[in-house]
Design a protein around this ligand. Structure first.
Ligand code: PEP
Ligand code: MN
Length: 263
C-alpha cells in the first residue's frame, strides 16, 4: 500500500484546510516537551507569527532516563488544545502507548509515532484504526525498507494518512546527535507516494546546524519540516541544545521563504 507501484500519484494528507504533500511546504514547530501553559502559549504565538502551520510539543515524552522529565500527560494535551484555539495552529504530538491512543487522538490533529516506537507493531496497528493522520518517525537504526514496512502497518489498518519523517540515523559523526540521511528524502519519494518531512533538530542535536539542514531538506524535496523552538532554550527540560530561540527561528523562516521563492 505504501509503494509507488501500488499508487502512482502523491498522497496529500489533509489536516482540515491544510495539505501536507501538496504545493506548500509546512513547518511544524514548538518545544520538545510541553513544560507549562506559559511556555507553550508563548512558543505557539511566536511560531505562528513566523509562518509555522503546526505546533509540536510532547505531552508524553520517551526519555532515555526514567529520572528525566516525562511530560505533563493530559494536562499537556489540554495546553496544546488551548494553543490551537488561540492561534489556529494544528497540533502534532506524540503517542507512546496503545493505552493512550484514544486520549491523544481526542486533542491532537496529527498523532506522532516517535523513532523509538517505529517498530512498536501493536501501537502501529492501533493508530491504523484511528481517523487522525499519523506522523511516523524513522527509527534511529531503521533501514528505509523497515521504515516503509512500519508505514505499511498503519496503512493496512485502514488509515491512509501517513506522513513519513526522516530524523537521522545512528552514524559515526561524533559532532551531531544522529546522521541526517538527506538522501532518504529522494529515495522515499521514489519508493512511496507518502509525504516526507524532515526533523533537523533531532537529527543534528545542535541548534546551529538546524538551519543548514533545514535548507538542505527542502532542496532535497521534503514536503515540510519539524523543528524545536523554545522561548529560553537554556532552561528547557528537554533538548535545549537543539532548540532554536524565537529570534533564530524567525531568521530560519525568512531564509526558507527566500529559498522557496528562488526555486
Ligand atoms: C520528538 O520529536 O519529540 C522526539 C522524541 O523525536 P524522536 O522520536 O525522533 O527521537
Ligand atoms: Mn526533542
Amino acid at each position: 500500500l505504501a509503494s509507488r507501484a501500488f499508487k502512482k500519484t502523491d498522497t496529500v494528507v489533509k489536516v482540515d484546510n491544510l495539505e501536507i504533500g501538496g504545493d506548500k511546504i509546512h513547518v511544524m514547530a514548538g518545544p520538545c516537551a510541553v513544560e507549562s501553559r506559559e511556555q507553550l502559549l508563548k512558543t505557539a504565538h511566536t511560531v505562528k507569527a513566523c509562518g509555522a502551520t503546526f505546533l509540536r510539543g510532547g505531552a508524553f515524552k520517551p526519555r532515555t532516563s526514567p529520572y528525566s522529565f516525562q511530560g505533563l500527560n493530559e494536562d499537556g494535551l489540554k495546553f496544546l488544545a488551548e494553543a490551537r484555539t488561540l492561534t489556529g495552529l494544528k497540533i502534532v504530538t506524540e503517542v507512546m502507548d496503545t493505552r493512550s491512543v484514544q486520549l491523544v487522538a481526542k486533542y491532537a490533529d496529527v498523532l506522532q509515532i516517535g523513532a523509538r516506537n517505529m517498530q512498536n507493531f501493536d501501537l502501529l496497528k492501533e493508530v491504523g484504526r484511528v481517523s487522525k493522520p499519523v506522523l511516523l518517525k524513522r527509527g534511529a537504526n531503521a533501514t528505509i525498507e523497515e521504515f516503509l514496512a512500519a508505514a505499511e502497518y498503519v496503512l493496512a489498518g485502514g488509515n491512509e494518512d501517513v506522513i513519513l519523517c526522516e530524523r537521522g540515523v545512528r552514524g559515526v559523526n561524533e559532532f551531531t546527535r544522529y546522521t541526517l540521511d538527506i538522501a532518504a528524502v529522494p529515495v522515499l519519494k521514489k519508493l512511496t507516494h507518502l509525504p516526507v518531512v524532515v526533523d533537523p533538530s533531532h537529527a543534528t542535536g545542535h541548534w546551529n546546524y538546524v538551519e543548514p539542514m533545514a535548507m538542505a531538506s527542502l532542496a532535497a524535496g521534503a514536503d515540510g519540516l519539524i523543528i524545536e523552538v523554545h522561548p529560553e532554550p537554556e532552561k528547557a527540560l528537554c533538548d535545549g541544545a537543539q532548540s532554536l530561540t524565537p529570534k533564530n527561528f524567525t531568521v530560519l523562516m525568512l531564509r526558507l521563504a527566500g529559498l522557496q521563492n528562488s526555486v
